[in-house]
Design a protein around this ligand. Structure first.
Ligand SMILES: [Zn+2]
Length: 186
């Protein structure tokens, strides 16, 4: 009997050691390594995607990637008003960190500002008032990382929805001129 208890005691000790080691390893993994988490934006509709690359701890061996897509005010407007048609999303990397990488920045970061409500409101107003040419110019411009900052000036401050047609045409002329002026300065 005594020998049996000794064996049981040893088995529990070993098991506790294993559990302790596993906890320490998992803590170290999540504190110092963890999955690589990153976000992207679709250059066609402005939708956001959050992703996690799960890898074998402390190695580059990827096990799985989990994605979660989320709408933005811009993607809701473009979809609901059928401004953008059915498409395969074209994801542009915004930023990410984890799994040994402190901070990674991609060209998608220059599109971050275009997902806000005011950009969506400007495009919705132009759509509702039939200003399709300028609407499409703005949609293309704000979703292009090379020109997004230029076009943001024309989308960040929407005119009031009560604006008259003549005033709206005048506003479009002013914004077009402003964009061209900024383009020349760049
Ligand atoms: Zn898309």
């Amino acid at each position: 009997m005594n020998r049996g208890r000794a064996i049981d005691h040893s088995w529990f000790s070993n098991r506790n050691r294993l559990i302790f080691a596993a906890i320490v390893f998992l803590l170290a993994y999540f504190l110092f390594d963890g999955p690589f988490g990153y976000s992207s934006i679709c250059t066609k509709c402005g939708k956001r995607r959050y992703s996690r690359d799960w890898a074998v701890p402390f190695t580059p061996m990827k096990l799985a990637t989990i994605h979660a897509e989320t709408d933005t005010p811009l993607s809701v407007t473009l979809t609901q008003k059928a401004i953008v048609s059915q498409h395969s999303h074209e994801w542009l990397f915004i930023h990410g960190s984890g799994h040994g990488i402190t901070c990674a920045i991609g060209s998608g970061s220059s599109l971050m500002g275009v997902t806000n409500q005011r950009v969506a409101d400007t495009i919705a107003l132009l759509h509702d008032r039939g200003k399709i040419e300028f609407r499409d110019r703005l949609v293309t411009g704000v979703l292009d990382p090379k020109s997004s900052s230029l076009y943001r000036v024309a989308t960040g401050f929407p005119p009031p929805i009560t604006i008259s047609d003549a005033e709206l045409n005048n506003w479009i002329d002013q914004q077009s001129q402003y964009i061209e002026d900024l383009r020349r300065v760049q």
